[in-house]
Structure formats: structure tokens, C-alpha cells
Ligand binder design. Sequence first.
Ligand code: ADP
Ligand code: 5GP
Length: 195
Amino acid sequence: MLSGPSGSGKSTVISALMRRRGDIRFSVSATTRAPRPGEVDGVNYFFRTHEEFARMIEADAFLEHAEYVGNCYGTPAAPVEESLNAGYHVLLDIEVQGAEQVLQRRPDAVSVFLCPPSMAELERRLRGRGTDAEEKILGRLATARREYGRAKDYAYIVVNDDADTAAAELDAIITAELCRSEKRMKAIMEGDRPI
Ligand code: ADP
Ligand code: 5GP
């Protein structure tokens, strides 16, 4: 799970990470927010109406869901299970409340908080992206200050100064997690790794 303030560079770093590793699947979330220019339904998000989103909650279709700056976001549970069963790592780009819900249901999930180098740089990136109205940018900056307070609850913190360096650190975290003795021993006991 990768969390971090809006504009910290999660999408950018995830793209760089996916170019480095072929064993990751990105979990496409559902959201009620409008698509940004260039965003494709089913690729970046499943863009849904509030009514459709509410029906998904009723059907217990989400691993987690949360509200963020006036919109709803949720992780569809079934594709996560399918990808894990197919042997992939699943990458969730989710905000802090959702990450907490996932950790309660899946304590084996690995949590990483992505920080921009500074608040001033975060504001520059949000404005530079040019996708949000002023009111939304102010909402996202106010939310960012609260999110920073949760960074210490994450297993890892990566600073996104240079995007390729941040992606290399994420890559290293995944590799280190795979080398954890409990995970290696499980793999060895299941007979799919040489000792
Ligand atoms: P998030 O997914 O966290 O909201 P984005 O990936 O959309 O953030 O990045 C926000 C803006 O910052 C984009 O315009 C992106 O090109 C830019 N950006 C991301 N990472 C960096 C970086 N390391 N250095 C400079 N600009 C960056
Ligand atoms: P954005 O609108 O900038 O794409 O995303 C806003 C915030 O929602 C980001 O912090 C992002 O990580 C988070 N987010 C995206 N998908 C999900 C999701 O499925 N669940 C939760 N809880 N947050 C999400």
C-alpha cells in the first residue's frame, strides 16, 4: 500500500516502479470523482456515480473505502484476491483511512508513506499538475497536513525528491519484504523455492 499527500507523486512513482518490476499488479480503485484529462475508465480508476458507489458498498464489494476531499474512493476486493492468487504483488494507491482498514483485514500488507521533499514543493507540484480547481488544491493541502501526522504509523517512509530514486527505494522494500525469514520459510515449506 502506498499512501501520501495528493501531489506527492504516487502515480508518477508507481509508473516508474511498474517499469522496473513485472510481478506487480496495480489495484484499480472505484471513485466518484470526475476523470482528469487523460485518465481512462478501468485503467486509472473505475469512475462511478454516487449511487453506483453506494450499491458497491451494499454489495460488500470493497476491501476498504473512504471519503477524501468530498469524493468516495474504494478498493474492489475481488481483483485483489484474484491477483494475489495468481502470484502477483498487488499495489494499492490509497489514502490513510483506507490503509488503516486494509491493515486491520490484512495485517500482512506492507505500508509505505510517500513524502514530497517539502510542503512548498507539494504545493508547487499540485499547482503544476494543473488538474484541480483552487478550492480543491486548498482542500488537498489541508488534508496533507493531517496525513503527515499519520506517516509514523507506516512501516516505511520514502521521500519523492527524484522519482526514479523513489521507485528504486520502493523496489528495494518489496525485495526486502520477500526476503523476510517468515515469508521465505513459508515459500520453502510450500516447496516452491530452493533452500
Ligand atoms: P499523486 O499521484 O501523489 O497525486 P502525481 O504523480 O500526480 O501525484 O504527481 C503530482 C505532480 O508532481 C505531477 O505533475 C507530477 O508530474 C509531478 N511530480 C511527481 N514526482 C515528481 C518529482 N520527483 N519531481 C518533480 N515533479 C514530480
Ligand atoms: P486523486 O483524486 O488525487 O486520484 O486521489 C486522492 C486520494 O485518494 C489519494 O490520496 C489516493 O491515494 C486516494 N485513493 C485512491 N484510490 C483509493 C481507494 O481505493 N481507497 C482509498 N481509501 N483511497 C484511495
